[in-house]
Design a protein around this ligand. Structure first.
Ligand code: CDP
Length: 589
């Protein structure tokens, strides 16, 4: 590790940063005593990732200068890499990726290999996605014993229990994604798997929808259920009934979600290496079996220029585009170096990752930026801003990856990738952009998460071990103060309600701008997801939040719109449909 410069400034921590860093990120010795400060942590990460530069002769950057650039990049809260990079860079573990997909083959050996590999990944702070579609259906014959197979849902339980027992690096429990194709004979059991609250609690479940299925829904036709092991058509179901059942279950519990598998594979940059069957746990990163990806997110709220905002003058749009461009280029270099610095628990993962060198640069703090610019999330203007920002990041991100390809060579599988066939590139990375949920990163950076609207203007957040953090959005507080409206009585009222929409004594403009997730009509959530998806190589993590009174028809419409708008999947959550939720407004607490 490079020696820490003597004058390295201390990071200016946001209100909740210290708590989260202490709980999960700062290194501890065997007795549990904290052995690093936040400054040590960010220097450990910066210097470890910058040190990778040394192996590239053509590099235009010097390791020590770059380490300082990376340190400043992170401690200005403009960019943060995913949690495993913050936790493990420069440590003996050295596993830096958040996202993995593992294959589950149709034999006891392969199934238990996957359980074991998942445990190894969870231990290192990564999350795993699996497709269970290759497993033979329940009750089909097992050649070696003459018995009958247990089927995907039964094996899913083993993965769930194993996860329960392995705490990730002693800090967080592993998250999983389980996917089953809609044409698997056990699909009904899978759709109902989470009916009982608490079942499969370490899994997000998604049904993999195909184009054939969606056309059958549209035309109200039946479709085939096919046994993956024999290719035999086992049954035929009415597609619309299944789609409606999916909607009903999502209404009841939020699970399962849906992913559009054919669409994901249409965007597979390296189809010669096989089909993409699954995503990572939160759905934003489709990956090949044995592939991993490291993510990083740019905090958009840092790019607001106060006083530079004039609706009549497009050149004065309140955003520092030049700085955003610099940060995108530096972040792409950072994430590409992370691939080299990362040590994976399996050789087959190292091999696949090094072949394609996927990275996932995304954003957080988008809702904060909208507040700063006084733009409503649920407005045409808001949508256009989202689209413009992501198009810019995507374009500059690809340029940065192309520049790295000049310095370091294209990703090894480039020659057989779709980019080579379309005469695009060469690029250093098979994918560059992904929008992650930024669940913890956004707390560290003190901004809104991913591209989500704020859940509430003031709220309590349940973090680890039942501990709670109280948060008031700083932009809301500032806007109230500017308007001379700030008062403790008002804050109490907002804490209790979460939203200000019914407070008609507040100015209309304020109410229009300071919308929260539940104030926003579901269709706007979806449109925003689609706007970001149009300029994202991988996928967008987004939850379409619904009020408790939302109907099944509302969810049907959202699912259908997600399909029409080109999303890769969709997740809905109806307020109050589960007894424990991570985020909650003041009421009922
Ligand atoms: O903010 P942070 O970097 O901790 O994570 P995130 O953006 O909320 O989630 C990104 C990805 O990290 C997820 O899609 C999972 O692949 C993984 N993850 C996990 O494995 N376990 C968790 N408890 C949270 C996230």
């Amino acid at each position: 590790m490079l020696t820490m410069p003597k004058n390295l400034p201390q990071p200016q921590l946001k209100p909740n940063t210290e708590v989260v860093l202490q709980k999960r990120y700062l290194r501890k010795d065997l007795s549990g005593k904290q052995v690093e400060t936040p400054r040590d942590l960010f220097w450990r990460v910066a210097s470890c990732i910058a040190a990778e530069e040394a192996k590239y002769n053509q590099s235009t950057c010097k390791g020590d200068v770059l380490a300082r650039d990376f340190y400043d990049l992170m401690t200005s809260w403009k960019f943060l890499p995913n949690s495993p990079t913050l936790m493990n860079a420069g440590t003996d573990l050295g596993q830096l990726s958040a996202c993995f997909v593992l294959p589950v083959g149709d034999s006891i050996e392969e199934i238990f290999d996957a359980v074991k590999y998942a445990a190894m990944i969870h231990k290192s702070g990564g999350g795993t996605g699996f497709s269970f579609s290759r497993l033979r259906p329940k009750d089909s014959r097992v050649g070696s014993t003459g018995g009958v197979a247990s089927g995907p849902v039964s094996f899913l339980r083993i993965f769930n229990t194993a996860t329960e027992q392995v705490k990730q690096g002693g800090t967080r429990r592993g998250a999983n994604m389980g996917i089953l194709r809609v044409d698997h004979p056990d699909i009904l059991e899978f759709i109902r798997a989470k009916e009982k609250e608490g079942e499969f609690n370490n899994f997000n479940l998604s049904v993999g929808l195909t184009e054939v299925f969606m056309r059958a829904v549209e035309n109200d036709e039946h479709y085939d259920l096919v046994a993956p092991n024999s290719g035999e058509v086992i049954n035929r179901l009415r597609a619309r009934e299944i789609f409606e059942l999916l909607v009903k279950k999502a209404w009841q519990s939020g699970d399962p979600g849906i992913v559009f598998l054919d669409r994901i594979n249409r965007d597979n940059p390296t189809p010669d290496q096989g089909e993409i069957e699954s995503t990572n746990p939160c759905g934003e990163q489709p990956l090949l079996p044995y592939e991993a990806c490291n993510l990083g997110s740019i905090n958009l709220s840092c790019f607001y220029v106060p006083g530079h905002n004039d609706a009549a003058d497009p050149a004065r749009d309140g955003i520092d585009w030049a700085e955003l461009k610099r940060v995108v280029h530096l972040s792409v270099r950072f994430l590409d170096n992370v691939i080299d610095a990362s040590r994976f628990p399996l050789d087959s993962i190292t091999e696949t990752v090094r072949k394609n060198r996927k990275i996932g640069l995304g954003v957080m703090g988008f809702a904060d930026l909208l507040y700063q610019l006084e733009m409503a999330y649920d407005s045409q203007q808001g949508l256009e801003l989202g689209e413009r920002i992501m198009a810019f990041i995507q374009e500059e991100g690809h340029k940065a990856s192309a520049q790295l390809a000049v310095e370091r060579g294209a990703f090894p599988a480039y020659a057989t990738s779709v980019y080579a066939k379309k005469k695009l590139g060469p690029y250093r990375n098979a994918t560059v952009t992904t929008i992650a949920p930024t669940g913890t990163l956004s707390i560290i950076a003190g901004c809104s998460s991913g591209v989500e609207p704020l859940f509430a203007l003031c709220f309590t957040r349940n973090i680890l071990d039942g501990e709670r953090l109280v948060e008031v959005n700083p932009h809301f507080e500032a806007a109230l103060a500017d308007a001379g409206l700030f008062s403790h009585e008002l804050m109490d009222a907002v804490v209790a309600k979460g939203s200000i929409q019914e407070m008609d004594y507040l100015p209309a403009k304020l109410r229009k701008v300071f919308v929260t997730a539940m104030d926003i009509a579901p269709v706007w959530h979806l449109r925003m997801q689609a706007a970001f998806q149009r300029h994202t190589d991988n996928a967008v993590s987004k939850t379409v939040n619904l009020t408790n009174s939302a109907t099944e028809q509302d969810i049907f419409d959202i699912y259908w719109l997600a399909y029409q708008e080109g999303c890769k999947g969709v997740t809905v959550y109806r307020d109050g449909c589960k007894s424990i939720q991570v985020l909650a407004t003041g009421e009922g607490q």
